[in-house]
Design a protein around this ligand. Structure first.
Ligand code: F6R
Length: 630
């Protein structure tokens, strides 16, 4: 939520680069929030920071700047907002400024003691234009910065930011610039993301690496409760007390700037769905040796510890939790230990049973979801080990976990998660197979067979993309006006049904419900009336005949009540052909692999439905890509 970018260079003559970097960073970060956007620039000789901000999409800000150009500068900060505090409007947009206008500040998160601080500042005569917590921090920072000037005779924005950070409760990343020090940008973070981009004669700050990857791939993580001061030639990190931090981890961004561009596709979502095969292939890469044995040395937990694991709890939200639910079926089957899947926001409030032998697996595309972060912290406090399955280098969840298994899906920009889902399923499967290997719960050749099945999946997903897109589009056209949808599945088809339902509701704004097909007669069938669209995931009849027959019965039951059935079924399934109105065909594959292909037409279906309704598929209303507040 909220995208943040900052830029400083060694060039002491003001120029257009700080604005260019901020706008281009915001363009790449817009998926984090798109209620409003703004920039602030500082340069030697300015009395006040130059601020421009506009409600709505970044394009509004860009148009405004084109009409009334901003001055050249030496440093800049930029912000794209997902409103938590105060409605989306010009005045509530960031940056906010100090009372004297010398300092500008941007913020991601929620300041919980903002009302108290505001009350105190008002008592001192400060006035407020917006209804945001951020303006409170800006005013507070301005006051502290001036106090430092009064007592020491010189400005010290770094110290002022640290003192301010010590007074805040809640979650925050703040970045600030001060016209009295127009060569630095200062940041601080607590429970909210911030990474440093390391350039040649220039340095960057960003909510994530997308903010600066067009300029540098060298990056540095910032730890919890750390402050950073960047100029063109230096990066200094301290804790909030001012003690130097010298062990910040550096890393090289493993994707190219072009990976975060649309590359000729109409939308990021379309592009990312078409990257499903690659996300699966890349997540498998390097995880098994030439004999087919799993090799997860990278996760940094020794084999003996894995051997001791007697329970897994997967914590995640939304799509990531459905990937976890798919993995539960596989891991329990392969490793013979219980796997619980818990929505991260429910987890720590229910006193879960955690022991040193419990492995908690936190699944997160962004690596910043606050609910998941809080769940993993709780698990670690209780003495359990946490392994993160994550798609974003340098993010908080892997940094705070004992181990990490990265999904190599590449940057996912569309708000609706697609390729990350298939990559998460693959990563969780690899973890399950690795556990089976070290615990000896499966024969080596069984494991090799499953690895081979996984290796075959990218081609099968591609086959679905190539062969089913037209059928999916036709179905979407015929159902574009449907007011609601039901999604049914059993076994691994159940989480896929829920994922399909989630995609449709979040980007096409259609009421959907995904549930286990077995539940149908326990209530949901009452919703079925003539013409009601019901999407059913039909398992293969090979090896799972009973399951297949039961799902076919469910289709018959809803058909008998007039439902319009869209089925996803294995090529050549005569039962499905007989009963369903439309079928999205899946190539034959083992049942546990089927979620990797079954989700694909559902992703396409949601995309087509949203397009037909003329909606912005990449930026659905009210949502943001990284949910960094609880
Ligand atoms: C749905 C979607 C969300 C996320 C959820 C978790 O399309 O994107 O449901 O899956 O917010 O996000 P991460 O994986 O970043 O923790």
């Amino acid at each position: 939520m909220c995208g943040i970018v900052g830029y400083a260079s060694t060039i002491s003559t003001a120029c257009g680069k700080p604005l260019e970097v901020c706008l281009q960073g915001l363009e790449r970060l817009e998926y984090r929030g798109y209620d409003s956007a703004g920039v602030a620039l500082a340069a030697p000789g300015m009395d006040q920071v130059a601020v421009r901000k506009k409600a709505g999409r970044l394009a509004n800000l860009q148009a405004d700047i084109n009409n009334r150009p901003l001055p050249d500068a030496t440093v800049g900060i930029g912000h794209t907002r997902w409103a938590t505090n105060g409605e989306p409007s010009d005045v509530n947009a960031h940056p906010h400024t100090s009372q004297d206008g010398r300092i500008a500040l941007i913020h991601n998160g929620i300041i919980e003691n903002a009302s108290r601080l505001k009350f105190d500042l008002q008592a001192e005569g400060f006035t407020f234009a917006s209804s945001t917590d951020t303006e409170v921090v800006a005013k507070l920072l301005g006051r502290i910065a001036n106090e430092i000037v009064d007592t020491t005779g010189r400005p010290d924005l770094f110290e002022a930011v640290r003192r301010t950070a010590r007074m805040l409760t809640g979650a925050f990343t703040i970045l600030a610039v001060d016209v009295r020090q127009p060569d630095i940008v200062v940041g601080a973070r607590h429970d909210s993301p911030l990474v440093v981009g390391l350039g040649e004669g220039e340095n960057f700050l960003g909510s994530d690496v997308a903010a600066f990857v067009a300029y540098t791939k060298q990056a540095m993580e910032l730890g919890q409760d750390e402050a950073v001061c960047v100029s063109g030639g230096s990066v200094t990190v301290t804790d909030f007390e001012g003690h130097p931090v010298t062990d910040s981890r550096r890393f090289t961004v493993d994707w190219d700037a072009s990976a975060a561009l649309k590359g000729g596709w109409d939308s990021y979502m379309d592009k990312e769905i078409h990257e499903d095969p690659r996300a699966v292939a890349d997540t498998l890469l390097g995880r098994y040796d030439t004999d087919g044995d799993l090799n997860l040395d990278e996760v940094r937990i020794d084999e003996e510890t894995f051997r001791q694991v007697d329970k897994i709890i997967i914590v995640a939200c939304g799509t990531a939790s459905y990937a976890g639910l798919v993995a539960k079926y596989a891991i329990e089957h392969w490793v013979r230990i219980p796997v619980e899947v818990e929505l991260a926001h429910e987890f720590r409030y229910r006193d879960p049973i955690l022991t040193p032998r419990t492995l908690v697996v936190a699944i997160s595309q962004s690596g910043e979801t606050m609910d998941t972060l809080m769940a993993l912290r709780h698990a670690r406090e209780q003495g359990s080990r946490v392994l993160a399955i994550c798609n974003t280098q340098g993010s908080t969840i892997p940094r705070e976990s004992d181990a990490v298994l990265y999904t190599h899906a590449g940057p996912e920009i569309a708000v609706a998660s697609t390729k990350a889902f298939v990559a998460q399923v693959v990563a969780a499967y690899l973890l399950g197979l690795y556990l089976a290997q070290v615990k000896g719960t499966m024969f080596r050749d069984e494991i090799h067979q499953i690895v081979d099945s996984l290796k075959a999946m990218p081609a099968k997903i591609q086959q679905v993309l190539d062969s089913q897109a037209d059928t999916v589009e036709r179905a979407a056209k015929s159902l574009a006006d449907a007011r609601s949808f039901l999604f049914l599945g059993r076994h691994v088809g159940y989480p896929v049904a829920m994922e399909g339902a989630l995609k449709l509701k979040e980007i096409a704004y259609t009421f959907t419900e995904g549930f286990a097909a077995g539940e149908l007669k326990h209530g949901p069938i009452a919703l079925v009336e003539a013409g009601e669209p019901v999407v059913v995931i039909v398992p293969s009849s090979r090896g799972r005949d009973l399951l297949h027959n039961k799902v076919i019965s469910a289709i018959e039951e809803v058909k008998a009540r007039g439902a319009f059935v869209i089925a996803i079924a294995e090529e050549g399934d005569p039962d499905t052909e007989r009963y369903a109105d439309v079928v999205f065909w899946r190539p034959a594959c083992p049942t546990l692999m089927s979620p990797l292909v079954d989700v694909v037409p559902l992703q396409l279906f949601a995309l087509d439905m949203a397009r037909l309704k003329g909606l912005d598929v990449d930026k659905p209303r009210n949502l943001a890509k990284s949910v960094t507040v609880e």
